[in-house]
Design a protein around this ligand. Structure first.
Ligand code: NAD
Length: 254
């Protein structure tokens, strides 16, 4: 059955590949991005998030069958935007579109997290995000930018696990899950993968049991499964697709 799926971050990389797979399967995709999308919206701002919600309601008046919150960035020079998009933009996407998901008979939602979520970082930033205080979180990110990407991804991963089983989500029939990619060759990682010293740093921070990096299409296959009706039993899981980084770094974690 053809579905209507909204995908943020769909202009590039993992989400673009996912949108292409969904369209090839006959689904209607509403793409959201800061550029090259059906809905142009800057998800680092309240105004952009409001535009996304307004346009989604206009384009999908009968509701959404699935939402993929995938827009994200990893920019050392943009710590505030990194937290604003990766955590607050993702939460605003999922919470804001929940009423449209409720119109579907079998709604699904997925957020893209990261293996970076397991790295040590700034717990204060993570807790401030989870408390929903965006102004304070962005101030912390601006003052201490060192680990904002892993922190933003740890925060959204914790949000996922705290939220997915609630009355508003699984209790209302919406299955929410997360995917945590390791290193994927996209526009986000291309500048890093060109620098030998960054490649060495990634080797240390992301030890892997397999060779090489993932392609966006591989992550997209998993996302399509989680966005689809085949899954009716998996809820609130963060699935790492990371060449083994999680098991190497946390072998005792179950
Ligand atoms: P990408 O740069 O190819 O795609 C990210 C998309 O997000 C882009 O189209 C970009 O325009 C959009 N975006 C960025 N800021 C935005 C904003 N303010 N408003 C709206 N859209 C915005 O990167 P990707 O690797 O495909 O990343 C997709 C997701 O996967 C991100 O959440 C990223 O953190 C996550 N991820 C990527 C990797 C990796 O190795 N590439 C690893 C783990 C997690």
């Amino acid at each position: 059955m053809a579905r209507t799926i909204l995908i943020t971050g769909a202009a590039s990389g993992i989400c673009k590949a996912t949108a292409e797979l969904c369209r090839a399967a006959g689904d209607t995709v509403i793409s959201v991005d800061i550029r090259d999308a059906d809905i142009i919206a800057d998800l680092s701002t309240g105004e952009g998030r409001a535009t996304m919600l307004r346009e989604a309601e206009r384009l999908a008046p009968n509701g959404l069958d699935a939402v993929l919150a995938g827009a994200g960035l990893s920019r050392a020079d943009m710590p505030r935007e990194t937290v604003a998009v990766n955590y607050f933009g993702a939460v605003a996407t999922l919470e804001g579109l929940r009423p449209l998901l409720l119109k579907s008979a079998r709604p699904r939602a997925v957020v893209i997290c990261s293996t970076a979520a397991i790295l040590p970082g700034n717990d204060l930033l993570v807790e401030t995000c989870l408390a929903g205080d965006e102004a304070a979180a962005l101030a912390i990110a601006g003052d201490a930018p060192r680990s904002v990407y892993p922190d933003s991804k740890r925060a959204i991963s914790k949000w996922l696990r705290r939220t997915a089983g609630s009355r508003e989500w699984a209790g209302s029939g919406i299955l929410l899950n997360g995917v945590g990619p390791g290193v994927v060759e996209t526009a986000m990682t291309a500048p890093m993968l060109k620098q030998p010293e960054m490649v060495e740093m990634i080797k240390k921070s992301n030890p892997m049991a397999v060779e090489g990096y993932a392609q966006p299409e591989e992550i997209a296959e998993l996302l399509v499964f989680l966005l689809g009706f085949t899954n009716h039993y998996m809820v609130g899981q963060l699935i790492f697709i990371d060449g083994g980084t999680d098991i190497i770094m946390r072998p005792e974690q179950v």
